[in-house]
Design a protein around this ligand. Sequence first.
Ligand code: COI
Length: 334
Amino acid sequence: MAAISSPISLSKANGENGYPEIDWDSLGFGITPTDYMYMMKCSKDEEFTEGKLIPYGNIELSPAAGVLNYGQGLFEGMKAMRTQDGRIVLFRPDENALRMKIGAERMCMPSPSVYQFIDAVKQTALANKRWIPPPGKGSLYIRPLLLGSGPILGVSPAPEYTFLIYASPEESGALNLYVEDQFDRASHGGAGGVKSITNYAPVRQRQRFSDVLYLDSVSGKYIEEVSTCNVFIVKDKTISTPPTKGTILPGITRKSIIELARDLGFKVEERQIAVEEMLEVDEVFCTGTAVVVVPVGSITYQGKRIEYRATDTNSVSKSCCQVMPEFKMVRLKK
Ligand code: COI
């Protein structure tokens, strides 16, 4: 069973305008502990009922917890942001709630209802409001987790589950990708299409690259997903992205960009994309909660490096980004 151990002390005093005294210009994508986290528990045959905010801190887990031994866990990623006119908004939290439900079914776990999920996210964001960066300086990354926290030795669903949310301010930058042609991310019939923690465990890292791009596990010819985000190519004003058929995470930013780009008059296709084709396009960009919509600066495949030079005026990802901030945001009460 997961319980709270000593809270981590947060010494950041409030500075100007009630914000903590941190350098908002050098956030990056790293963990900055905030004030509160949210926790809710239930046993295997029950539903989640009531959770609460508690001080951010370490949690205690049985060494036999399902999540530690067999990886029975899911996560979500979402953001709270401040708009220029002072509102605090969340991006499509209902989509994250639904994706966690679908993932929980695949991983044999009970999940919070959509209402419970959104309510808990709102509570966490508001309790950590002072950590939501000033407008234009990044966002508060919110990380909901669903864990098999009860002890289990045989390979079966854990007897207890913990739904936990923590948050950290962050800001992410441009990508230089390495095409991974030795290892696969997911195979057909596996769990590549849900946000299981196990999809992120064997992550490949390559020196000098910000992330790796995986190919399909059957032929090794077609691009699938970057380890932290979805990928798009642009050629002659047509935008293409690989279809989500079980091996690719159905990203919420991905779905939003498809809708938004169509609204903006672009042709958008979901189809198989050969890695060679990618080397000939005008622009490549990635989408995800952490990265939002980020241009890819270069791709390296089998020793060959291609650089992309979409400019501010012709960049499709930048056009989408400009309209993105107001797209389907949910306002949080202040
Ligand atoms: C997100 O964008 O929320 C992700 O899941 C990426 C994360 C693994 C850094």
